[in-house]
Ligand binder design. Structure first.
Ligand code: 4AZ
Length: 227
């Protein structure tokens, strides 16, 4: 998270840290007691499912809360790593989470947020473009939704790279960044986006790009039942 503030998990109890071989690699959101929503690109080239862990209920990716194993995951069948279309996945945990003030699911948006709506993104990702160190404590920023039509317009640098299952969000000097991928973009108390990609982080005219949860909602609901 670039330009963000430290926070605690009680304010973002749906946030999890997806870890690979003991290191934080991506964010994710609690969908139900045993299902996590994250980005498909976070699960590329997983050699063995045994290296994956999910930490829930902690403000720190390094310790606290609970650390669970992964029983299975499913990437969207239409995920395309070249275009980043349909960059969404579900993970089934090996045991169920116990809900508390620091662990709870977030509901999926049914309609895309309107252009200009306020939205909040959280994560343990890098605090500047190109950095290779992660903060240990959770951070967040408030952004404004940039609708798909606006995000692909000449106002910004992406043009036709913005596809039907993507939305954007931006604010001056603030952005999600590497290590925030898979994590939650929340507006009106609903999960509206999953951190997906961008040209660097917090560069002018290049908003962060998110998987549009409303557009992908029916896939998530079905995949959560069958993963
Ligand atoms: C990344 O490298 C990444 N500014 C994630 C999010 C954004 C950029 C890059 C959005 O995983």
């Amino acid at each position: 998270i670039v330009g963000g503030s430290f926070t605690t998990i009680s304010s973002f109890p749906w946030q999890i840290s997806l870890q690979r071989s003991g290191s934080h690699s991506c964010g994710g959101s609690i969908y139900s007691a045993n299902v996590i929503v994250t980005a498909a690109h976070c699960l590329q080239n997983v050699a063995s499912i045994s290296v994956l862990k999910v930490r829930a209920g902690s403000s720190y990716w390094t310790s606290g809360g609970v650390l669970l194993s992964v029983a299975a995951f499913k990437n969207h069948e239409g995920y395309n790593p070249s275009t980043m279309v349909n960059d969404i996945a579900v993970i089934r945990l090996s045991s169920s989470l116990t809900m508390s003030s620091t662990i709870r699911p977030i509901a999926l948006a049914t309609t895309a947020p309107v252009n200009g709506a306020e939205a909040t993104v959280s994560g343990w990702g890098t605090v500047e473009s190109g950095s290779n160190s992660l903060p240990t404590q959770l951070k967040y920023i408030d952004l404004k939704i940039v609708g798909r039509t606006q995000c692909s317009s000449a106002t910004y640098g992406y043009g036709a790279e913005i596809k039907a299952t993507m939305i954007c969000a931006a604010a001056a000097g603030k952005d999600s960044c590497q290590g925030d991928s898979g994590g939650p973009l929340v507006s009106g108390g609903l999960l509206v986006g999953v951190v997906s990609w961008g040209y660097g982080c917090a560069y002018a005219n290049y908003p962060g790009v998110y998987a549009d949860v409303a557009a992908l909602r029916s896939w998530v609901v079905e995949a959560a039942e069958s993963v």
